[in-house]
Design a protein around this ligand. Structure first.
Ligand code: SAM
Length: 281
């Protein structure tokens, strides 16, 4: 296959910049530019689109996104060692790559983007992937600052994102994702594609914000799902006591059987519960 661009192969970039993978930073690097191009293509069309990329590392996905026409990328990377590698990419694509050295958990996206809308594309560090996703799913105002997200997670996390009521992986993440987005697993990526190879398969997930999700307060929905799935085998009349309100009255207001369990309640049911919780406080 033709090379993605005329920059050196990733293996060379990693060697040159001493990017020995660090476990503490969730570093499993992709070395194959054809694979990073496949992930980037999942985020197409890219013309006139600004991308927010979390954890570009040596820049394999970044390069693919730029080659495929992304107008501008704001790349947030915590590892100082990767910054020089990313600067070489920025020089190759003048004015199109803004490197932000810092922690994605503290990243002020509005400060960086202004009113502009963006798309999130990332091979996320596994240790903060779900925290970042929950932050994006509970963003205010809604519709959010991004038009879609194409993200790589461990397969098990991807299944928890797209799960429907009745599925084994159905839980808090599925409720939040199902409430505000349409989420789909696009394809799997084998462990051997990474250096070092993780013990599990990864999956690329696309999440597209719903224009009009069922109205409900994001914090209330987080609280009720946390309480309900925190003790998922228990009946809701028991597990919801941790919310500090009269659980029986809350369930009655929401029209949900007190003996039901979290795993039996669909997204709409949780939204009704969250609304009743908001009204009660
Ligand atoms: N995008 C590269 C690739 O696909 O090969 C690297 C992906 S690697 C799984 C995760 C990246 O996230 C690493 O480059 C790591 O340094 C970076 N990272 C880890 N924690 C971070 C944080 N809190 N904020 C920003 N970047 C972080």
């Amino acid at each position: 296959m033709a090379p993605v661009d005329d920059l050196p192969p990733l293996r060379e970039v990693i060697r040159k910049h001493g990017l020995t993978p660090k476990k503490s930073l969730g570093q499993n690097f992709l070395h194959d530019l054809n694979l990073t191009a496949r992930i980037a293509r999942a985020a197409e069309p890219l013309e006139n689109v600004t991308i927010v990329e979390i954890g570009p590392g040596p820049g394999g996905l970044t390069r693919a996104l730029l080659t495929l026409g992304a107008r501008r990328i704001v790349a947030v990377e915590r590892d100082t060692r990767a910054i020089a590698a990313l600067q070489e990419i920025a020089e190759r694509y003048p004015g199109r790559l803004d490197i932000v050295e810092g922690d994605a958990l503290k990243f002020d996206v509005r400060g960086q983007l202004g009113p502009e809308r963006a798309r999130i594309v990332a091979n996320l560090p596994y240790n903060i992937g779900t925290v970042l996703l929950i932050g994006w799913l509970t963003a205010e105002p809604w519709p959010p600052w991004y038009d879609s997200m194409v993200l790589m997670f461990q397969r098990e996390v991807a299944e928890r994102i797209v799960a429907k009521v009745g599925d084994k992986a159905y839980g808090r993440l599925a409720v939040l994702a199902g409430w505000r987005t349409e989420a789909k697993i696009l394809f799997d990526v084998a462990p051997q594609a990474f250096v070092p190879p993780p013990s599990i398969t990864s999956s690329v997930v696309r999440l597209v914000p719903r224009a009009e999700p069922l109205p409900c307060d994001a914090v209330a929905l987080q609280r009720v799902t946390e309480a309900a799935f925190g003790q998922r085998r228990k009946m809701l009349r028991q597990s919801l006591k941790s919310l500090g309100v009269d659980a029986a009255a809350l369930l009655s207001d929401a029209g949900i059987e007190p003996t039901a369990r979290a795993e039996e309640i669909d997204v709409e049911g949780f939204v009704t519960l969250a609304r009743a919780f908001t009204a009660m406080r």
